[in-house]
Design a protein around this ligand. Structure first.
Ligand code: GTP
Ligand code: MG
Length: 193
């Protein structure tokens, strides 16, 4: 498997003014808090320490930029639906995340992570509808597939597809077992060529 090599942490962004404004393409990870966005980045780089992973939801509280091969950025975003933050903190983070997703012309691809064990939350639906409405280039990742049997994985893909009225393929994934990691790395390669 060809993992992403030469990955450097560039910076954590807490304010609009600090967003990176060069022309390199961006791949962004979105999804509910605790779904495994940071772990997903660590799988891609085969390094548990690239992005900080949390035991409790709300670990990532800013936008973290990682530069790959000096060619493109992976951006680890804070999750939606976190409960442990103050209203003010939530509001600031939501504003910054939305601003970034809505205004950055360099976002080449978005990995939208959903927990394979649960039907989409209200926020998962809103994210999906937003991605479709704005004609974003995205892939739905059904993470934590290691928690389900193969039969349940298949059933969940069907249920999730129905629930979202989705036309796109959904990829069951696990940061624990690396299920379909090769497939995701191929998608990144294709998008960045
Ligand atoms: N079993 C299992 N656990 C996972 C998987 N991916 C992530 N986790 C666990 O889920 C928890 C949250 O992971 P994070 O990567 O911090 O999640 P996040 O989406 O970045 O969360 P926020 O930063 O709060 O938005 C951690 O305890 C991870 O070890 C997976 O594929 N399988
Ligand atoms: Mg995180």
């Amino acid at each position: 498997m060809e993992y992403l090599k030469n990955v450097e942490f560039v910076k954590s962004v807490f304010n609009k003014g600090d967003l990176i404004r060069d022309d390199l393409p961006i791949i962004a990870m979105v999804g509910k808090s605790n779904v495994g966005k940071s772990s997903f980045i660590n799988s891609l780089t085969n390094n548990k320490n690239t992005a900080k992973v949390g035991q409790t939801p709300g670990k990532t509280k800013c936008l973290n930029f990682f530069l790959v091969d000096k060619k493109f950025y992976l951006v680890d975003l804070p999750g939606y639906g976190y409960s442990t933050m103050s209203e003010k903190e939530k509001e600031n983070i939501n504003k910054l995340t939305n601003y970034f997703l809505e205004n950055n012309k360099n976002i080449r691809h978005i990995f939208s992570l959903i927990d394979i064990r649960h039907l989409p939350s209200k926020d998962d639906r809103a994210m999906y509808d937003w991605l479709v409405a704005l004609e974003k280039d995205f892939t739905i990742i059904l993470n934590k597939a290691d928690k389900l049997s193969n039969a349940k994985i298949e059933a969940s893909i069907k249920d999730m597809t129905k629930a979202l009225f989705a036309k796109e393929e959904m990829i069951p994934f696990s940061t624990e077992t690396k299920l379909n990691l090769d497939k995701v790395l191929d998608i990144i390669k294709e998008k960045m060529n």
